[in-house]
Design a binder for this molecule. Structure first.
Ligand code: PMP
Length: 426
């Protein structure tokens, strides 16, 4: 990930104010209806998995002879687990294949910690006076929503190019037993595209934590979602944690939501044997087994871990030009005025744009009035509050390239107009 840094050319911007107002009026007159709000795959990407609509055909048995139509097999279909164990670099015995949403597995993990606690918890978390959680910012709004709904107090630390600021995290967890966990998106994070380095992963795995049941929810949603031909490998944090004597610290999640179909994929959870046993103990009360027909359909479609990697290259061909358009337009339009900083992600689904502090909400409002829907300002921060009102998450995956281009030209106009207004004291 690289970031374009700049400082605003205030004189040029304020001088351009009348011109920017005209450009904005012209933008509004276009009557656009464009949407860069959420990181959904496009129809073209979803079509890549269309052969799955005809699978598993008339097959009702897995390789091992299991009748996938019936109850049972809580761990998920062995052949699909083997494929993703290889891709996620975890032992297959420690990987579960579940339903269609890894977010549900994360939510269930935290809810069960609240209700029952982990094996080494002094008490279920809901009995504690205060439960606190570390959130690196900017981050994923749905992670924050899980904490907010369950009354878990969020503390922020800065994101760096190599993941959450590990020194800040270590300092917080060292003597505060109310801090029970943290979110990490290790590969191509939502929204800043950062990748956790081995050093940061090792530091998080090794750091002393005052809470005996401290957990890192390692959400590897974009593990395989490369935008360049460098196929970045995720830091092997489960191995680091085990080697450091903290085998139960990390729970990993992933899914095929952005590999096959966002609404009908397969989600995965991997962790230490003790954590997997804990998760399954509670899961067994909630389910007699996952959708193994969907597991088999996925296993047959991919054939092997290499089949998954090959499939992801097709996604890349569709996605990379859209990301290139976003960063090219930002550089072309904002560069001239030295406004803004943005990421140039090597993978994942987002570009993170920092506008002139104090203007992000105004930019989003201007864009809305010109028919361009953006993720609400503040969404990348806990409680929806960006203290500097500067971060905007851009999600270019879903619209066709021509729409991404039109939307980004419009966004650039809004960013410049909001900055010019602010600098002119309006
Ligand atoms: N984690 C992250 C970081 C995401 O960006 C997303 C999707 N936007 C999810 C999880 C959701 O994953 P799933 O579809 O498997 O629930």
């Amino acid at each position: 990930m690289t970031t374009t840094t700049s400082s605003p050319n205030a004189a040029a911007l304020t001088a351009a104010l009348p011109e920017l107002r005209e450009a904005y009026a012209a933008l509004q007159a276009k009557g656009l209806k464009l949407d860069l709000t959420r990181g959904k795959p496009s129809a073209e990407q979803l079509d890549l998995a269309n052969p799955m609509l005809a699978l598993p055909g008339d097959r009702s048995r897995s390789e091992s002879g299991t009748d996938v139509r019936n109850y049972g097999g809580l761990d998920g279909l062995p052949e699909l687990r083997a494929m993703f164990a290889e891709l996620l670099d975890v032992p297959v015995e420690q990987l579960l294949a579940g339903g269609n949403a890894s977010l549900t597995m994360m939510y269930d993990t935290v809810v069960r910690a609240m209700l029952f606690g982990f094996p080494e918890s002094p008490a279920p978390w809901s009995r504690e006076e205060t439960v606190r959680w570390i959130c690196a910012v900017p981050g994923y709004d749905r992670h924050f929503a899980v904490c907010e709904e369950l009354g878990i107090e969020m503390i922020t630390v800065p994101m760096t190019e190599s993941g959450p600021d590990a020194a800040a995290v270590a300092e917080l967890v060292a003597d505060d037993p109310t801090i029970k966990g943290m979110w990490v998106v290790p590969t191509y994070a939502n929204p800043d595209g950062s990748v956790v380095s081995d050093d940061v992963a090792r530091a998080l795995a090794e750091m002393p934590a005052a809470a005996p049941d401290f957990r890192i929810l390692w959400d590897n949603a974009y593990a395989l979602h490369h935008l360049t031909d460098t196929e970045t490998r995720t830091a092997p944090i489960l191995q680091f944690a085990a080697a450091a004597g903290n085998p139960d610290r990390v729970i990993m999640y992933a899914s095929t939501s952005k590999i096959t179909w966002a609404g009908a994929g397969v989600a995965f959870l991997a962790s230490s044997p003790a954590n997997v046993a804990w998760y399954k103990k509670h899961l067994a009360k909630a389910s007699i087994g996952p959708d193994k027909v969907n597991h088999l359909r996925h296993a047959l479609f991919f054939g092997s871990a290499d089949g998954v990697r090959e499939h992801m290259r097709k996604h890349r061909e569709i996605l990379a030009p859209k990301f290139e358009a976003v960063t090219a337009i930002l550089a072309d339009r904002l560069g001239e005025y030295g406004v803004g900083e943005w990421t140039d992600p090597r993978g994942g689904y987002f570009v993170s744009l920092d506008v002139l502090p104090g203007t992000a909400a105004r930019v989003v409002a201007l864009a809305k009035d010109a028919g361009i829907a953006l993720t609400p300002a503040g969404a990348t921060f806990p409680y929806g509050k960006d203290p500097e009102d500067k971060n905007i998450r851009l999600a270019p995956s879903m619209p066709p390239l021509a729409e991404v281009t039109a939307a980004m030209e419009g966004v650039a106009t809004c960013v410049l107009l909001a900055a010019a207004e602010a600098l002119a004291g309006e």
